[in-house]
Each structure stands twice: as C-alpha cells, then as structure tokens.
Design a binder for this molecule. Structure first.
Ligand SMILES: [Fe+2]
Ligand SMILES: [Fe+2]
Ligand SMILES: [Fe+2]
Ligand SMILES: [Fe+2]
Length: 419
C-alpha cells in the first residue's frame, strides 16, 4: 500500500471553494462518535490551522505580489477546510469534553509517532513530551468530574488509560531547556519530517485552544488549570518546532506542508469509520493534491529548484494511525517519568545540582499554588476519591500509585467486576 500524491490529479483550485451550507457541516453526535474519529478531527483541524497561520507568516515575508496573491488563494481554501472539519464538533460537547479529546490526541498521536520514528534522538523528544500530555489528560479528567460530575471514560472509552504521568507541576522548565537539536531536512528520514510537522501542528493548536478558551470558566480551579497547562503547551510548541530544519526556505516549507497534509488525509481516509467524514477526508485529499502541485509550481517559478529534490520520498508507504497504545505508554512511564531537560538533552531530575535553574524556575512559577495538584485534591474531597482509569494494572511507577488507605483503584474494581 503506497500513495504518491504527485501522481494523482486533484481538484482545480477554483473548484475547491465551498458555499456556507457546505461549510456549516452537520456536527457528529457526541454519544455516538468513536473517540478516534474525534481525535482525527481535532488533528486535521490543527493541520489546517497551521496551514493558514504558516501561509500568513509567509505572506508577511514575501515582497512579490504575484506570490502573495497565489498564497491568498491557497490560504482561503485552507481556511475553508479548517471550518468544515472543526464544525464537526457539536455545540453540546462541553469545553472540558473537547479538551479531553485534545489530550487523548496528544497521547495516542505522540505514542504512535514515537514508535514510528526512525531517529533515536527524535524518538526521545516524543517520548519526553508524551508523558506530559498523558498527565494533562488525568488532570482534566479530574476537573471534569469536579465541575460536571462525569467520568472522562465516557469520552475516551477505555482506549487510553487516565492516571498520572510526569506530574504537571514538575513539567515547568526554564526556557533554555526547551530547545532541541534541529534535523536537516535533506538528510532526514521522510518519516521524521512528517512526524515533526504533524506534532508541531497538533501541539500548536492545543496551545491556541487553551489560550483562547481557558478563561471561559468562572471556577478559579478551572481557570488556573487551563493557565498552567496552557503554559506547558507553549513549552511543547517550543520543544517540537525546534526539531524542524531552520535552514529550509519558505517555499520548501510550503511544499512540505502541502505534502504532509496529503499524508494526513490519505491516512485518515483509510481509517475513518463514519462514511460522511471519510468522504470529507477524500475530498480534502483531492484538494491537497492540487495544493501540493501549485506549491511545487511556485517553488519552480521563484527558486528555480526542482521541488522533487526537497520532497523526500516519491510515495507514502505508512499511514498515520490512531489506536490504543497502553502497553507502550506504560513502558515509557516506567522508565522515563523522572526525566527533565537540560539544554537539548533529557536527564533524571536527581542528577541536577540544587542550584540548577530548573529549581529556581519551579519555585518562581509554582509559588504557593499548583492548580494541577489542587484539582486532584479538590476532586478527591468532592467525589470521595480522585479519578483514574487504570485498565491494565496498578500504576507502573510505585510512587504514583494511590497512597490513601482503603482506597480501591479503578484496576482493583475492574478486576473484581471481571471476576
Ligand atoms: Fe489544507
Ligand atoms: Fe497537553
Ligand atoms: Fe502538549
Ligand atoms: Fe493544503
């Protein structure tokens, strides 16, 4: 199974424009949507938001008015694609429910990418942030129970475990320690480029989402939690964007973006069970094929470079897939929860000297209140116990198992029910 977008014919750009009824799509039903249909939609939205924002940045750095006009047309279509996808989310899905979807994306997307990353350093970059987003899911699940009285499993449906990762309060680091070593696009494995572009877009959209909706609550704990986790997503965007090749030209980036969008839609058309949404992904793939052709044409025209020299492979061979990754995540939890970052490397916190800038930064931001800790305390009080969903056994890190006496874990209850 392989797919070369350069060998297919797409939809001519003028025919890609849609009217308002076509854009104002019928949302899914939140009771029926498959969790991974939700996550595919969230990621596709992130990819389109990145396409729009990248194009704006490129336009602001472009003198040639003909190129600006071409970018404006491409961008108009990207913006429509973004609406069509993001409007699949129904109005009765609450902000926290959407948030749980965002963090489920982060967990299962990052776990998939880490397992499909050929470069060992880049794999360590993915594993590192995986445990942080995994912890966010647990914090928001507790906020969900505290504020809405519901269990996050109604959203994640047993596909992703919900339990502590690297505790959010320990994720805050000095900005000097959030920059990674960049890849060289021309030497990198094609899969590494697709992986990096995908995570940059996904994490950036999560950052955008929290910075926008985090103040829509009245409860101080909710506002605090979104502010705190929103700042980690800023760190994650810094972390991921720093692995991209900073020497690639604007046109090279434009071509790579369109090529990566083709990969996403080609992948999603293969997995999506909802026929209506699958149809949308097929249409978007046909759109992206033409957008890629136009981006290549622009590169030829302006840089006099053959775009095929910067497109690393003629064909996609491996689709991106959303599936459960519980045992992989448990393995990373067991071995890497105690890591932090020092410059562009990952080291156990215990190796840092007491006067390291990590501790100074921690003291400054955590001050006298950590919303991510407090939400667990508040929910334990209000609901009788904190919310966890450990389907595959006790927490792999003994120090992160529930400490209170007489407290049944989800695992114990689950096993009892199963017996
Ligand atoms: Fe697009
Ligand atoms: Fe996150
Ligand atoms: Fe993140
Ligand atoms: Fe595109």
């Amino acid at each position: 199974m392989s797919f070369n977008p350069l060998e297919h014919k797409g939809i001519p750009l003028e025919e890609q424009l849609r009217n308002w009824s076509e854009l104002n799509v019928q949302p899914y039903r939140k009771e029926e949507v498959h969790p991974y249909s939700r996550t595919r939609g969230i990621l596709a939205n992130g990819i389109e938001v990145e396409a729009v924002m990248f194009s704006h940045q490129m336009a602001r750095n472009t003198l040639d008015s003909d190129v600006k006009r071409k970018l404006a047309w491409l961008r108009r279509i990207e913006a429509q694609q973004q609406k069509a996808i993001n409007w699949l989310i129904p109005g009765d899905e609450t902000t926290i429910e959407v948030t749980l979807g965002y963090e489920q994306v982060a967990v299962d997307l990052t776990a998939f990418i880490a397992q499909n990353e050929p470069d060992p350093y880049l794999k360590s970059v993915y594993d590192f942030a995986l445990l942080e987003d995994f912890d966010h899911l647990y914090r928001y699940a507790n906020l969900y129970q505290l504020i809405e009285g519901k269990k996050a499993d109604a959203i994640c449906k047993h596909l992703t475990e919900i339990t502590p990762g690297r505790p959010t309060c320990f994720e805050h680091r000095d900005p000097n320690d959030d920059l990674r070593r960049p890849m060289t696009a021309l030497a990198a494995h094609p899969q590494s480029i697709l992986n990096a572009l995908t995570l940059v877009a996904g994490e950036q959209q999560t950052m955008n989402f929290y910075m926008t909706i985090g103040n829509r609550y009245q409860e101080p704990i909710a506002r605090g939690l979104y502010a705190e986790i929103g700042m980690i997503e800023e760190q994650h965007v810094t972390h991921y964007e720093s692995i991209l090749d900073p020497t690639a030209s604007w046109f090279q980036h434009l071509v790579l973006h369109q090529w990566q969008e083709c990969w996403i839609y080609w992948s999603f058309t293969q997995e999506e069970p909802d026929p209506r949404v699958k149809q949308m992904y097929e249409t978007h793939l046909a759109m992206e094929i033409e957008q890629l052709r136009l981006a290549c044409e622009l590169m030829w025209a302006i840089e006099k470079r053959d775009p095929e020299t910067v497109l690393p492979v003629p064909a996609f061979t491996a689709p991106l897939s959303f599936h459960e990754n519980k045992s992989y995540v448990r393995h990373i939890l067991a071995t890497q929860t105690d890591l932090t970052a020092k410059y562009s490397d990952f080291v156990p916190v215990s190796t840092l000297p007491a006067d390291d800038r990590y501790f100074a930064y921690q003291r400054r931001v955590n001050g006298n209140w950590s919303p991510s800790d407090d939400v667990i305390r508040q929910n334990s009080q209000a609901s009788g116990q904190e919310y966890r969903l450990e389907t595959d056994g006790p927490h792999p890190v003994p120090g992160l198992r529930i400490q209170r006496e007489n407290q049944e874990t989800d695992y114990a209850r689950h096993t009892k029910l199963a017996a």
